[in-house]
Design a protein around this ligand. Sequence first.
Ligand code: PMP
Length: 351
Amino acid sequence: MPKTISIDDLVRPNIRALKPYRSARDDYDKGTLLDANENSYGSPVHVEGLNRYPSPYQWELRSKLADLRGVRTENVFVGVGSDEAIDLLMRIFCEPGQDRILITPPTYGMYEVSANIHNIPVDKVLLTPEFDVDPEAVLENVRENTKMILLCSPNNPTGNDLSVDAMKHIAGEFTGIVVIDEAYVDFSDRESLAGEVAQYPNLVVLQTLSKAFGLAGIRLGIAIAAEDIIRYMLKVKAPYNVNSLTSYYARKAFDNLESVRFNIEKIKEERDRLAKALSMQPFVKKVYPSDANFLLFKIEHARAVYQKLAEQGVIVRYRGNEPRCDNCLRVTVGTPDENDLFLSTLKEVTA
Ligand code: PMP
């Protein structure tokens, strides 16, 4: 069950005391704008509005995302990819060299990189051989200074969803922050846990427009959490972190959610076809079940196969160095043509 948690008490004292940067635009954004040393004469690229700083709080974009996920605008943070949200959360909650995070490998590599950048020690509890999270093992490994647990569901690089009950159990028992990275959730048959932030004061759900929305190029990441947490994220972020072009195209995406849904269905169909075809290849030992837009598979001589595929111009990801992923490759579900090319090249290089 969700506990009562004081977010203020979890936040680093310097961040709690921080006076954030404020611009006149926080209070007034209409009129004769002579407050921010912009260039009123315009820019050389003839795109209207680019001579002006973007909205620091992105209310319109955040409200569209809030509607989509069934939460309030105040529960939504937007940043430069979900990687920015991961970085900010560590800066807000973890005292460098003192507080710790806990992750469950094999998982997304950025959690550890971000922790290393901030000099935050990382504890690891492996996923089970089926790649699910063991909630008791996670909770047993929480130490006095553990401030944050990061879970990824559907998990990268394994592709599967973690058990929802296990994730909720962890969020209910742990008295620090629980981050659930849902970068791939729209390819899964389960619902997002975004709505749970109303119940769990310590839960942060990460999402992104890079995957199901097909907008990796604009770098728009999302954190959904209780307002107390979002307020700290807004306080610590760079004043104009989401640029005008990104904001424009992110908002535009909401005019065509049908195409997002259409592509998701296509990718899921292709994922199933690719999984079947892969499992019939003689050198493929196992294709792991996927709730995402990629497949993890085990193949003899994975490293050599990876290199030979690359020499033929087909680039996949070697994941054989990750725990429990011996001889594993990860392949993104492409278009039907890309998938056919991948399969035929794989046949060729393993013949
Ligand atoms: N989380 C996971 C699990 C990912 O796989 C990725 C990107 N590969 C990200 C976050 C980062 O996404 P973004 O493009 O929003 O920074």
